[in-house]
Design a binder for this molecule. Sequence first.
Ligand SMILES: [Zn+2]
Length: 235
Amino acid sequence: MKHLFSAETGCLFLSLEVRKSNVFEAVKESVTTRQAAEYYGVQVGRNGMACCPFHDDRHPSMKVDRRFHCFGCQADGDVIDFTARLFGLSSKEAALKLAEDFSVHYDGKGYDPSRSRPVRRKISEELRYRQAEQKCFRVLCDYLHLLERWEKEYAPQTPEEAWNPLFLEALHKKTCTEYLLDVLLSGSLEERASIVAEHGKEVRKIEKRISEFTASRPAGRHERSRSLSAGAERL
Ligand SMILES: [Zn+2]
């Protein structure tokens, strides 16, 4: 191709071409569609299935891995196609966005896969954090719903009645749980990260508690009251 151009123009043309092909290649090499989908907020199940963002999909019918394919609307392609369509970008804009969001290195000298290793590590750390934060939020949400329920169901009916431990727990924990959820919903990344780090252990305890409660939920109020009170003392 070089001979088709004057030395100057040819050089410019070739270097742009190299740069362009490198960002495409580098991004496809470094970022899977699954990573991009999760990073951009598409929930992907363990089996790699997700609700397709390109058609009205109520049950996950899109498989995401290195590439993606939707069994519903037949959307299909690689990570660049996926990102371009998700954000309404051209392929080049999508590749540049991916390179920036995932810190993918590319340059005129050719793509060097060894340089992308730290990037991969960064991605998986980021993913791990996002998953931990999501879990924290989900567990605290479930817990708040339980507390709200206990506050109503186990409220003493007369001034003489002893306070049910679940009612007491609701009084003690509700405000704090609401506060944590508030920060997770609207706090800065730093504030959210400190909640996830500082309350991780407590959240795991709460999660265990909720699943024990769900598993052993007997029909009668007295039964339930007894088994939950036993749980309440452990917290
Ligand atoms: Zn689809």
